[in-house]
Write a protein that binds this ligand. Sequence first.
Ligand SMILES: [Zn+2]
Ligand SMILES: [Zn+2]
Length: 381
Amino acid sequence: MLRAPKLLRMSTQMAATVAEARVPGHFVPEIMKSSSTAGQGTCITVRLTPNRSYPFGPSPPSLPKKPLKITFDMGVTPSLSTSAVGTSLNFISHGHVDHLMGMFGHARSRRMMNRDTDGIYYMPKGLVEVVNDIRSCVKRLDDKSEMKGGGGGGEEFEDGMDVVGVEAGVEFCIWSGKNKEDGGVFCTPFEVDHVADGEGGGECRSLGYFLKSRFRKRVLKKEYEGFEGKEIGKLKREKVKVYDEEIVEVPIITYTGDTSAGGITMVRPGGGGSVLADAFRSEIVLCELTYLEGGEEKSRGMAEERKHMHVDSLDEVFRSHGWDREGSNQKVVFFHVSAKHGTSHMAGKKLKANIPGFLEGRAGLVNNEWWQGKGGAVLWV
Ligand SMILES: [Zn+2]
Ligand SMILES: [Zn+2]
């Protein structure tokens, strides 16, 4: 049985170069058919396809053979039993049941499909204890319902779950190749503003997740530029160091989970260095958005009170991350729209009417109607 990768802290010795989000980086992120409605269920699956034509230099690192598939949140939704079911890497933002309760069914479906790896469920550290309690209840339920004459879960019951508690600001590796030194894909959770401190204190707070790739790149030293392959080979045999090494980091995708606008706004506009600042340089930002009533006081109050996003806050949030600047080309996909806005297509029209000008043409909505044959995974507005 495969266990969760060890948590790796980011090495401070690595002189990392955070590249501006450009297409394509080490991986190309793509949102698969997903579902998300406020209070009903959120489950978003993303495919990260390795970009084999990336200029890694002379000894490229090993990349995953197949695209990596990850899921953000595990509400009970149509996408849970379709696009999410094959996914072993799952990130849970907080303990509200519409974001978490599907994980038990998800693990069960994976077992039925004879997946040979456990589902790994990353979540805020403070939730692990209560989730493990639910797991044992689910096991008891399955044991009690064992079929007569065997064939059920029985004494060998394994739920196929690996529950891993994570903390804001502590990076961990979710994929690396044979040679771990070469790099891989890393995740850093960051604190947002949604769930108040519960029993687990700050450890229960909602998390957003920021994924980036980091690979070692070899470049020929200046003094050997223009040398022929034969000459380089000769120098290498003589143990001359012909390459300089640099570490290249590329932000891939960010998931905010549920949050108020204050939770994801940069306090110092344009300020860098924090996880939140780097997260908003990802190629795609999946951003919560519940209320779409532009210019309406009442819903703005509700967003503030319930700690959710309102369409009127988008200008301030995205401006604080420099998305209004010339050359800014990242994309945002909103999720968690309230059911009162109707179908995704209807909500998309409201969104289009109310988003700030600088987001036009680069904003979309998770399409809840894909399973009815209406459009793709994202409705771009
Ligand atoms: Zn929610
Ligand atoms: Zn919530």
